[in-house]
Design a protein around this ligand. Structure first.
Ligand code: DOR
Ligand code: ZN
Length: 443
């Protein structure tokens, strides 16, 4: 057996898929070849690299539908390489990269560039999201079909960071992507209602004297776009849904059959607008942190399926863009390496989600929404070996400078979070072992 074949055969011993019955797992050539008692009895098991997963939970590799990798253009904040490292360490095997780069990912050329950078790094599958409008300026549609038929095979389109606020452009975009099974991911923010906004509009913004970002600015766009998606019978995805009222709008649309899906971020599941009280811009984010009532409703909506997925909105920013006064700071926070732990803290520990539910919201549903065939698959014989091993019983203290991202703007600095990613496998190759990055070349 050659060295290459040896490293491609892995026996994971003693892990518990979905936190249920323990079952050994044999990976051969990037595929799950045997499960349970069959795994150790399999002829290939004798020469396999053995990995002790005693006490660990095995989940399908996580999929992030909303990541900012900053390349091209802001390689001082993040690169495809450093963002991929953060993703693998966070348990992800695939990420979707938002197009608000410089140049904007609004052409086949730029999305192919990002796609190839991701493939060359080889730690996670990087799927570029294409811009809906040229330069994300909201004036005319970008080359959606050219991006779809490019080597990057783009299926998700978004002007994230900006709302596609023109209803006619939104309608046309929704109609256009039907031809290739695409989806429009909307950053729902009515621009006129949020001019100059710095934080959630409510009692805290009134006390601090900051310009507010009212919940209705999100809810009005979601309601409008659900109606437009109905009208043209197309697929709509709502980025980083953040208010209790938005949950009601999405629930009503789903009840009448609208083809809408929605995501919530880890930070909106854990933090509230009271964090703004110290004027620390690490807590500035768009949409802003909301109230505890919103947080509780977001958690229950994720548990009952009204909200389909957790997406990180990993938004690295260089220190000069964050360590300044609140009004001038860029919005956004890191998320890839803390997402799973925050979901454990906010959803698993309180009994709102079991591990099957975690697999659903952080792997299966995002892969389905993004149109990925090789990710978010069940842990079963014949499926691609994209997996994460999680220690559910440990905890760790977050330190921004220790994260793999080039930036350090984590809102969870100093917090002790439960659960830890121990290992990650991309098509059977281990990218993370004992919680540390391995440099690998995955085929
Ligand atoms: O907080 C945010 N940061 N929200 C966005 O929509 C964009 C993102 C970024 O690119 O930094
Ligand atoms: Zn956004």
């Amino acid at each position: 057996m050659t060295q290459e074949e040896t490293t491609r055969t892995v026996l994971i011993v003693g892990g518990a898929p979905y936190g249920e019955e323990r079952a050994d797992l044999l990976l051969v050539d990037g595929v799950m070849a045997a499960l349970g008692v069959d795994a150790t009895a399999h002829p290939a098991a004798a020469d396999a690299t053995r990995i002790d997963a005693d006490g660990l939970i095995v989940l399908p590799g996580l999929v992030d539908l909303h990541t900012h990798l900053r390349e091209p253009g802001r390689e001082d904040a993040e690169t495809v390489e450093t963002g991929s490292a953060a993703a693998a360490l966070g348990g992800f095997t695939a990420v979707f990269a938002m197009p608000n780069t410089d140049p904007t990912a609004d052409t086949a050329g730029v999305v192919e560039q990002v796609y190839r950078l991701g493939r060359d790094v080889g730690l996670v599958d990087v799927h570029p999201i294409g811009a809906v409008t040229v330069g994300r300026r909201g004036e005319r549609l970008a080359e959606l079909a050219a991006m779809a038929s490019s080597a990057a095979g783009v299926r998700v389109f978004s002007d994230d960071g900006e709302c596609v606020s023109d209803p006619l452009l939104m309608r046309r975009a929704l109609e256009y992507v039907k031809a290739f099974g695409g989806v429009i991911a909307q950053h729902a923010q009515e621009p006129r209602l949020t001019e100059g906004a710095q934080m959630h509009e409510g009692v805290v913004s009134a006390r601090l004297g900051m310009t507010g970002w009212p919940a209705v600015a999100e809810e009005a766009i979601i309601a409008r776009d659900c109606l437009l998606a109905d009208h043209v019978d197309s697929r709509l995805h709502i980025c980083h849904l953040s208010t209790a009222g938005s949950v009601d709008v999405v629930a009503a649309a789903k009840a009448r059959g609208t083809r809408v899906t929605a995501e919530v971020t880890p930070h909106h599941l854990l933090l509230t607008d009271e964090r703004a009280e110290g004027y620390d811009p690490v807590f500035k984010v768009n949409p802003p942190l909301r109230t505890d009532t919103d947080v509780q409703k977001l958690r229950s909506a994720l548990a009952d399926g009204t909200i389909d997925i957790v997406a990180t909105d990993h938004a690295p920013h260089a220190s000069q863009d964050k360590e300044c006064e609140w009004d001038n700071a860029s919005p956004g926070m890191l998320g890839l390496q803390t997402a799973l732990s925050v979901v454990i803290a906010t959803m698993v520990r309180p009994g709102l989600l079991d591990w099957r539910g975690v697999a659903r919201v952080l792997s299966e549903a995002p892969a389905r929404i993004g149109g990925l065939a090789g990710h978010g698959r069940p842990i079963a014989v014949g499926e691609p070996a994209n997996l994460v091993l999680v220690d559910p019983d440990t905890s760790w203290t977050v330190s921004g400078v220790d994260l793999a991202s080039l930036s350090a703007n984590t809102p969870f600095e100093g917090m002790e979070l439960p659960g830890r990613v121990v290992g990650t496998f991309l098509r059977g190759k281990q990218t993370v072992a004992d919680g540390a990055l391995l440099s690998v070349q995955v085929i």
